[in-house]
Design a protein around this ligand. Structure first.
Ligand code: EPZ
Length: 433
């Protein structure tokens, strides 16, 4: 089982290039199902989740060519299956994103329920209710969603809870539906607008994506397109957190600062010095870290995918900070690992209280999910001594070569393979994305 070894205490300096957004690439590749023409996507990160989604699509008959350099060519000339099986879906819940497109294209779909994961139950009831409102017959049995619809009809849909992949699933399904669909309380994440941009290039008629009300006028057919995926705002935020913790000054290139406005504002508030360019950031570590409370919220609020990295940084603050995780019910798996490194954190339900300043010490720790593993990396950069992070496959699902990128800006970090896994822990659930 691959591990990452980090020797803390080395300040970072130099330039790092951000990869394409994993959470934009995942719905974007699924849009290939909506046409029999080729789709060419650029700036796709070669991360584990993209490879998994490639397997899901290939199993359905989509020709997928994941080339080096982040170019992916996809063509669903003809689907040979309408099924996304449990063995693939259980490893990546985002596989549910094939449901809307397959149903819209083929009139039927059979997709495994994703099941729970480390950070929560992750239901998809909002996806299913919305498809029913569009005329789909939905049955859930033996752990699978069976969906049928001669042709989906446009409908007015009001999401009770903001759901990112729910919004994406329905936006794709509605693109080929009969009539107009209006989504209310839609997710506003930049990844939604990126998918809409792609769908419009394919001939879809969409207005309002990026806001909370989206209108989609269904069309009879969509055609191929070329599209470059937006930069990864969470990877960007993770590197800002890394230099804030490790010390030093770095240049972050190929990013889009407005996509992580709430993160940059919060980091400036606690003392991180950030200069912004159109597609770059110059970030200098704070002289001292001020404590500051944060609550995660749907975009444009502080993103839940940055909560763990922020918590690690708050261990260095001069005082107590309170973190409230309002999106997922169990997204504090990183707390126990940070405590093993010397952090003083108390969790009560969705609220975590971080008492700084507690010097972190290197330790053997275990990644439990994608963003928790990123926080262990940033913590290890600041810790005294050596940290070994186990189960780094979690990290590789969403960060492309983060160890190489960090080494390139001065971190003492390397991959090692120290024997077998240190034993299966109950917390090792299915993947979360
Ligand atoms: C997306 O997950 C992201 N994944 C997650 O990133 C991200 O943390 C999350 O949005 C929130 O921003 C991808 O985009 C592939 P939700 P998603 O549906 O769409 C509840 C990462 O680290 N809910 O917005 O699955 C749900 O339980 C991953 O890259 C329902 O109750 O999240 C949660 O509490 C982790 N019923 C809340 O809504 C539903 O039908 C938000 O979930 C759907 C969701």
């Amino acid at each position: 089982m691959e591990k990452i070894r980090i020797l803390g205490g080395k300040a970072l300096e130099g330039t790092v290039r951000i990869s394409g957004a994993k959470n934009a690439s995942l719905p974007d590749v699924c849009a290939s199902i909506l046409t029999d023409q080729p789709l060419i996507l650029g700036n796709v990160p070669e991360v584990g989740d993209i490879r998994t989604m490639g397997r899901v699509l290939s199993a359905m008959g989509v020709e997928t060519d994941i080339r080096v350099g982040g170019v992916v060519e996809l063509r669903a000339a003809k689907l040979t299956s309408v099924e996304a099986t449990y063995d693939l879906v259980k490893t990546m819940r985002a596989s549910v994103l094939v449901l809307g497109p397959v149903l819209a294209r083929e009139g039927r779909a059979r997709v495994s329920l994703p099941g729970g994961c480390a950070i929560g139950d992750r239901p998809i009831d909002l996806h299913l209710t919305a498809l029913e409102r569009m005329g789909a017959e939905i049955e859930v049995e033996h752990g699978y969603v069976e969906a049928k619809a001669k042709r989906l009809r446009g409908a007015e849909i009001n999401f009770d809870t903001v759901t990112v992949t729910g919004t994406e699933n329905i936006m794709m399904a509605a693109s080929l539906a009969e009539g107009e669909t209006i989504l209310r309380n839609a997710a506003c994440e930049p990844e939604i607008a990126d998918l809409a941009d792609l769908l419009v290039k394919m001939g879809a008629r969409i207005q309002g994506a990026g806001g909370s009300t989206i209108r989609i006028e269904g069309v009879d057919r969509l055609h191929g397109a070329e599209h470059t995926v937006i930069p990864d705002r969470i990877e960007t935020g993770t590197f800002v957190a890394a230099v804030a913790m490790a010390g030093g000054e770095i240049e972050i290139r190929n990013c889009h600062p407005p996509h992580l406005r709430s993160v940059l504002d919060k980091f400036r508030e606690i003392g991180v010095r950030i200069e912004e360019g159109p597609d770059n950031l110059r970030v200098r570590a704070p002289r001292t870290v001020k404590p500051s409370d944060v609550t995660t919220n749907p975009h444009p609020g502080f993103p839940t995918d940055m909560q763990a990295q922020y918590m690690a940084l708050m261990t260095m603050a001069n005082g107590v900070s309170t973190i409230t995780e309002s999106i997922f019910e169990n997204r504090y798996m990183h707390v126990a690992e940070l405590q093993r490194m010397g952090a003083s954190i108390r969790v009560d339900g969705r609220v975590a209280q971080v008492r700084g300043h507690t010097p972190l010490n290197g330790a053997q720790v275990m990644a439990t999910d994608l963003r928790a593993s990123a926080c262990l990396v940033t913590a290890a950069l600041a810790a005294k001594g050596e940290t070994i992070i186990d189960r780094v496959y979690h990290l590789d699902r969403g960060y492309w070569r983060i160890d190489e990128k960090l080494r390139g800006i001065g971190a003492d970090i390397e991959r090692i393979d120290r024997g077998s896994d240190s034993g299966q822990r109950a917390t090792d659930h299915a993947q979360i994305a």
